[in-house]
Design a binder for this molecule. Structure first.
Ligand SMILES: [Zn+2]
Length: 152
């Protein structure tokens, strides 16, 4: 089991746009395993590659019985806007209220390089939107999310 170090603000790597994953090989497989190990160790429900300093477009999340790996994802949001109070492993002790959508349709590659499309609502939809933001260097404290935040 490998627990990677989760970067915390301020760190320039957290505000970069990540690059597409190109090689679906053993090292990608190992990295995804490390991401899950790290997310579990930090007791998170989602973790994006840039949070461990790897500027690639992939994230993992796990909530209830949903366990998801999204590589090179594209998101289409739908449904109602909602106010979501969120924390982030990269921003300790802060909770931010951000605007999310109640549903999200995800197209992404899985660990084998196969494209899938799946819809999520509820908590998974929110986690996916949060993690996908990390791939674009957007944190919950970013102006674009019109946050109001406070110590948690
Ligand atoms: Zn985060």
């Amino acid at each position: 089991m490998t627990v990677l170090t989760v970067l915390e603000v301020p760190n320039i790597l957290l505000s970069q746009t990540a690059d597409d994953v190109v090689d679906f090989d053993d090292s990608l497989n190992d990295f995804v395993t490390d991401l899950f190990d790290t997310m579990h160790a930090y007791k998170g429900i989602g973790l994006a590659a840039p949070q461990v300093g790897v500027l690639k477009r992939l994230f993992v999340c796990e909530y209830d019985n949903n366990c998801l790996v999204c590589i090179n994802p594209t998101l289409e949001v739908y449904g109602d806007e909602l106010e979501s109070e969120e924390g982030c492993l990269s921003i300790p002790n802060i909770l931010a209220t951000v605007t999310r959508y109640s549903g999200v349709n995800v197209s992404a590659y899985d660990i084998n390089g196969d494209l899938f499309t799946q819809s999520f609502d509820g908590m998974m939809a929110v986690v996916i939107q949060h993690e996908n933001d990390h791939l674009n260097g957007v944190l919950i404290t970013h102006d674009s999310l019109k946050t109001r935040y406070h110590s948690g």
